[in-house]
Design a protein around this ligand. Structure first.
Ligand code: NAD
Ligand code: TYD
Length: 342
């Protein structure tokens, strides 16, 4: 058995990764270390093998808890734990620095001390900033880091710490940068689950600015499969961009979701733009395709259909995610914006 120490495994991508890791041919067992913030949800772990999945409720910035939990002989640490929403980072960056930067360093220290086989840092294309809307350029692994919002800056800082741990101490580490993920179990503050959840209630769907910003979307399980391939097949010290060659304008994404649900486009409400909003992300995934046999399995159409079907079927999950503090967040984030001209 190869032991994986996964942080943030009760979140959207981490829970997809654990599900697939426990299913795949390699014999993995998983320690899932998660603080259960507003974005963490034990429901996301339903149905996982109890014999090979151990959950620890703790914070990655808690050095003692981390050092107690990471065992010698651990095959890899895979760090998903993060504050992950750009809009929240614009409102306040404190938690982003604490978890994304300090937490990553604590994990690096523990990985080194416990002689962990490999450290995988789950990063994002956002660390490379924004591409021009009308250009045909893509992010590659040598694109300079140029983060434009506090979330992206905190993820870029974490990348630098991982790089430094590899360079200084010889820690076996890789960094992966994927584009925007979509799929089941994503917290409905993010664009696609927000669109689906609001549209299902015939509520307005907020579109920032002119809605012509472009994101490069990847189905969450395709991202997780790429990570599993790189976990064993990636080279230490390397960065890998992960994408499905699927650039979409936000306006077109909103229309596609409404069409799939049979809802009118009049539900789209243009609201004031996000400050510093990045215009376009686009990933060149050639490197991961060269070093592994990984290819995305879902098309945009099949992935979106699966995603919508999951949200339609999981009414209780949606209701629980959108209760309590979510209501306050929604009011703070959109209360002033809905109805405003962009
Ligand atoms: P998420 O917000 O759904 O989940 C984050 C998880 O981390 C939650 O379970 C939360 O409880 C946990 N967590 C937060 N702070 C913690 C702490 N201090 N200690 C322990 N656990 C903590 O995020 P996600 O969308 O699943 O993203 C996972 C990772 O992938 C993040 O590092 C994010 O930066 C990166 N990423 C996300 C996307 C995307 O589109 N969602 C794209 C590229 C990269
Ligand atoms: P989001 O899901 O927050 O991901 P990210 O900011 O990491 O790309 O947003 C995806 C895109 O959708 C982004 O360009 C912002 C836009 N957006 C809206 O237009 N309206 C919304 O209510 C949200 C949350 C996002």
């Amino acid at each position: 058995m190869r032991r994986l120490f996964v942080t943030g495994g009760a979140g959207f991508i981490g829970s997809s990764f654990i599900r697939l890791a426990l299913d795949c041919a390699e014999s993995y067992e998983v320690t899932n270390f998660d603080a259960l913030t507003y974005a963490g949800n034990l429901d996301n772990l339903e149905g996982l093998s109890e014999s090979r999945h151990r959950f620890i409720h703790a914070d990655i910035t808690d050095r003692k808890a981390v050092f107690d939990a990471v065992e010698e002989g651990t095959h890899a640490v895979i760090n998903f734990a993060a504050e992950s929403h750009v809009d929240r980072s614009i409102a306040s960056a404190d938690e982003f620095l604490r978890t994304n930067v300090v937490g990553t360093q604590v994990l690096l220290d523990a990985a080194r001390e416990r002689k962990v086989g490999r450290f995988v840092q789950i990063s994002t294309d956002e660390v490379m900033g924004s591409l021009a809307e009308d250009a045909s350029e893509f992010f590659t692994e040598s694109t300079p880091l140029a983060p434009n919002n506090p979330y992206a800056a905190s993820k870029a800082a974490a990348e630098h710490l991982v790089r430094a741990a590899h360079h200084t101490y010889g820690l076996d580490a890789i960094i992966t940068r994927s584009g925007n993920n979509y799929g089941p179990r994503q917290f409905p503050e993010k664009f696609i689950p927000l669109l689906i959840s609001n549209a299902l209630e015939d509520a307005p769907v907020p579109l920032y600015g002119d809605g012509l910003q472009v994101r490069d979307w990847i189905y969450v399980d395709d991202h997780s499969r790429a990570l599993l391939s790189l976990l064993e097949g990636g080279c230490s010290g390397e960065v890998y961009n992960i994408g499905a060659r699927n650039q979409r304008r936000n306006l077109d994404v909103a229309k596609a979701v409404l069409d799939a649900l049979g809802k009118p486009h009049t539900l789209i409400r243009q609201v004031k733009d996000r400050p510093g909003h990045d215009r376009r992300y686009a990933i060149d995934p050639s490197k991961v395709e060269q070093v592994t046999a990984w290819r995305p399995l879902e098309t945009w159409e099949s992935g979106l259909a699966k995603t919508i079907e999951w949200y339609v079927e999981h009414v209780e999950w949606r209701e629980r995610a959108r209760s309590g503090s979510y209501r306050e967040y929604f009011e703070r984030q959109y209360g002033m914006r809905i109805g405003q001209e962009s």
